[in-house]
Design a protein around this ligand. Structure first.
Ligand code: CMC
Length: 427
């Protein structure tokens, strides 16, 4: 097979190398296309554009495969814990016992926030969306740790531990701010997920011990969200990081990108949609019809995916888990019934079949988060906590590559050159 693609365009010949990945995918390297032919590619939404090569996550949307560093997501969700998976994503290999212990200890040592950071929360209005607070406070970490240098590996490691350690504290304090309860300080006796649950749900007056199954559920959900290759927020982290912006600033921009309802914000939107259907009498058929009507402006949130055109393996795991968790907490949630009916009706409908629209990771996750006691506006924050090691891994991988600022081109479609019009001559 030729490892080069030759073709003629604008009367000039382009000889473009073909690049192959380890799972047999092939890309045309178009980096010299413009210099050789004067032509660029146009791909709005980057539907067909590889922005980088990456050794972190493999996914095959046609076959429903997702692997972190070669390990199937199903096996990681079943056997691993979130910090172990974080280590795997960031360092490339599963840690041995000593490496895991060091990693966990280093992260746990950095769970406290600088006391001055507390005061930032006072400036937010009550009811501020926690994603806005999360992005803002993560960015503010750069002002508390300005010595962080992106060229020094020790400094990078420290920033990574700080970020992983502090994010749960920042996130839970955004929740406490909104409900007017005192901030709960981290407890280094607890593991990562138990500590987060404790900072969320403990009040100083009452003892609180997170239920084991809640800790396990959160671990699994975080693992399922931990990376998803070049999605909108990860690409944002890479793009911002490509200007050599520091890790905190790059992650803060990823959080902002994740917030949108077409991306991570979909988990909040799904639960709001299920509540709307429930309050409307539970007629799922009516909402499926609405989603098919392009003029309605309504989409089935939690359905469809840019890459998965078969099923989302994460959604399958979460769906099975959903039943188990609700049973364990002894909760009957009518929204779960609505979600299942909606899924069935949509999957049998030609509109959804033809477009290969299946439930995605966000379709069932909110029902679990709700059962664990999280308010709806914290759902996307939970996604961000899970995605953090993936963002870090991509930022770090990009740093290891030869420096190249991300800078797409465009096809200009505006006015061609024209002379300046004085004010009195304008209509
Ligand atoms: N409900 C109804 N129709 C839909 C939906 C939906 N959820 N998703 C896609 N379509 C239709 C769309 O109208 C279009 O139809 P047509 O070809 O007739 O114009 C076709 O399917 C393709 O849609 P698209 O918007 O061009 O597809 P995309 O790959 O650009 O968008 C998506 C992917 C996830 C943004 C989209 O499916 C969507 O808006 N889903 C709902 C939001 C959601 O659940 N987002 C979470 C994604 S998974 C978590 C994450 O990784 O962020």
């Amino acid at each position: 097979m030729s490892s080069q693609l030759s073709f003629e365009i604008n009367g000039r010949t382009a000889d473009l190398p073909l690049i192959s990945g380890s799972e047999g995918e092939t890309a045309i390297d178009i980096s010299k296309l413009r210099s050789e032919t004067g032509t660029i590619t146009l791909d709005p939404g980057y539907v067909n554009t590889g922005a980088c090569t990456s050794g972190i996550t493999f996914l095959n949307g046609e076959k429903g495969i997702l692997r972190y560093r070669g390990y199937p997501i199903e096996q990681l969700a079943e056997n691993s814990n979130f910090l172990e998976v974080s280590y795997l994503l960031i360092h490339g290999e599963l840690p041995n016992a000593g490496e895991l212990e060091d990693f966990e200890r280093n992260i746990t040592r950095h769970t406290l926030l600088h006391e001055d950071l507390r005061h930032i929360y006072q400036a937010f209005p009550k009811g501020a969306h926690p994603m806005a607070m999360l992005s803002c406070v993560v960015n503010a970490l750069s002002t508390f740790y300005p010595d962080f240098s992106s060229t020094d590996q020790k400094g990078v490691d420290l920033a990574i531990w700080r970020l992983l350690g502090k994010m749960p504290t920042i996130a839970s304090w955004a929740f406490k701010k909104n409900i007017g309860q005192p901030f709960i300080y981290p407890s280094n006796k607890l593991n990562y997920c138990a500590n987060f649950l404790s900072m969320m749900f403990r009040v100083p007056a009452v003892d609180y011990e997170p239920a084991e199954e809640f800790v396990k559920a959160l671990n699994v959900l975080f693992i399922l969200h931990a990376d998803h290759e070049q999605n909108c927020s990860t690409s944002t982290v890479r793009l911002v990081g490509s200007s050599q912006a520091n890790l905190f600033a790059s992650i803060a921009s990823g959080i902002a990108a994740l917030w949108g309802p077409l991306h991570g914000g979909a988990n909040q939107a799904v639960l709001e949609m299920l509540m709307m259907i429930h309050n409307d009498g539970g007629n799922v058929g009516k909402f499926v019809e609405m989603a098919k009507d392009k003029d309605s402006g309504f989409r089935l949130m939690g359905f469809g995916h840019r890459v998965y055109k078969n099923f989302d393996p994460r959604a399958l795991i979460i769906k099975n888990y959903c039943d188990q968790i609700l049973e364990k907490v002894g909760l009957h949630d009518p929204l779960l019934e609505i979600a299942k009916q909606l899924e069935q009706v949509a999957l049998e409908d030609d509109f959804f079949k033809e477009r290969k629209l299946y439930p995605n990771v966000d379709f069932y996750s909110g029902i679990i988060y709700k059962a664990l006691g999280f308010p709806v506006d914290m759902f996307t924050v939970l996604f961000a906590l899970g995605r953090l090691p993936g963002w870090i891994a991509h930022w770090a991988e990009m740093r290891q590559s030869p420096p190249k600022i991300g800078r797409p081109r465009q096809i200009y479609t505006g006015a061609i050159e024209r002379p300046f019009l004085p004010l009195e001559a304008r209509g």
